[in-house]
Each structure stands twice: as structure tokens, then as C-alpha cells.
Design a protein around this ligand. Sequence first.
Ligand code: MD3
Ligand code: FE
Length: 204
Amino acid sequence: GNSPIPNGLKILPGYFDKAAQSELVEALRGILKDAPLFRPVMPRTGKAFSVRMSNCGPLGWVSDIKGYRYQAIHPETGTPWPAMPKALMDLWHDVAPEAPETEACLINFYETNAKMGLHQDKDEETFDAPVVSVSLGDTATFRVGGTTRGGKTSSFRLASGDVVVLGGAARLAYHGIDRIFSGSSTLLKNGGRINLTLRRVTKC
Ligand code: MD3
Ligand code: FE
């Protein structure tokens, strides 16, 4: 079905040009050497995510059998998350100038058949700051609904270099990734899609 775009959802197509996308990917390669992608599992059930993840910045989002949470160390290496690249801090300041400093950048890596079911982002202590998303690599279809489960949803394609800002009412909207268009981008040499989400976690 279709529904109006939630207030506070802003899509900035082509925010990062090709050169900036390549620089981000280079920075991410370095980050992933120190903080390798891990495959989270769902709390209680232990069911594996199809997406692999890592983080940079002072805090990182993790999910394991015990629950979802933010923590300062990688769940497998036990070392602090790498620093956030300057280009991402600059993005945050540009699109969320009123918000306190970003504390976490979740790195999601989607292979062709990976998906992310409809969910709300509500593990943060504050919802005042927006969530800022950067797409790199293959195009994806993302779906966004309202703040309750089971309502109408709208779908959008997110291509490499696109930025999405989820503020206001959209901050607590249900959202997910339905599919990845394999081979739609040559940015990542082995294909797939990277999504970065910048978040404020703690109250200031
Ligand atoms: C936030 N990631 O990591 S980002 C997630 O493309 C996540 O990997 C997706 O959902 C991804 O939690 C989507 C873009 C997005 C879209 C709608 C949202 C983030 C949103 C609505 C509310 C809050
Ligand atoms: Fe989310």
C-alpha cells in the first residue's frame, strides 16, 4: 500500500559524489580491518541476521542472545570501535546542525539476498536527534511506515551516495530493507550494499 511520507523523512539523492563515495569506502576498509564484520543473532531465539555488521565511533550497536544494546567494544575482538571518519562527522554537522555530537555509526553489509525486516530504532536513550543514513554500493528498496506496526507503508529506492535523514515523527517510524539489486553499482569490488547509520545514543 501507499501512505504519505512521514514528517521528518528527508531523502538527499546523490549527496556524496563518486569520488567521495570511494573515499568513504577506503576509510571503511581500514575500519573493517580493525573491527571485522560480525553476524548478529536475534535476542532469545538466536536466529542469525542476514546482514553482517560492524561499527565506528565511541559506541556501537550489537545484538546477541541477551538483547540489543550499545557498547564501546567489538563483541568478538573486545577492542574499542575505530574512530568515525571525518567525512561522516561533517555529514552529521551538515544535516543535523542542532543535534548533539553523533556517538555511533552502525555499518550494515548486505549481500544480494540479505534483508532487514520492519523494525523501529529505539535502543537509544534519546530520540531527539535524527538518524542519518548513507547508502553505498548496490541499490536497495527500503520501506517506511508509521509509528505502529501493520499500517500502510511507502517504498523508495536508495542508490549509492544517497543520504536519508530521519528526524521528527519519522524517527520512530517502522522501516526495513526489502531487496538489494545485485550488480546495480560497481563501487564495491565484490558487490553488495553498505549502509551507514549515524546516531546519537546518550542524553546530553
Ligand atoms: C531510521 N538500516 O540499521 S537506514 C538500521 O539500509 C536500519 O541498512 C537500514 O534500519 C539500512 O537500523 C535503513 C534508513 C532508514 C530508513 C527509515 C528509518 C532509517 C530509519 C526510519 C526511522 C528510523
Ligand atoms: Fe533501523
